[in-house]
Ligand binder design. Structure first.
Ligand code: FES
Length: 69
């Protein structure tokens, strides 16, 4: 996905939030399309998403982060 880093790699990195994933892996620094998925992966451990995936309650924070990019 973002910068050829997979969601599994993000989860395995131990990143605690999107900011942490940015620092550790350099993801989520461009378009922001991945932010809500990264947040969801970190929150739930899920590493694959259906196109119609319904996000957990962390979506508000993720959207805020994506809009800041
Ligand atoms: S896909 Fe991650 S910043 Fe664009």
């Amino acid at each position: 996905m973002c910068r050829d880093v997979t969601f599994a790699e993000i989860v395995e990195s131990g990143a605690k939030n999107v900011d942490d994933a940015q620092r550790k892996l350099g993801v989520a620094l461009k378009c922001g399309s991945c932010v809500r998925y990264i947040q969801e992966a970190i929150t739930t451990g899920q590493t694959e998403f259906a196109l119609d995936h319904e996000f957990s309650e962390s979506e508000a924070d993720s959207n805020e982060k994506a809009n800041a990019l």
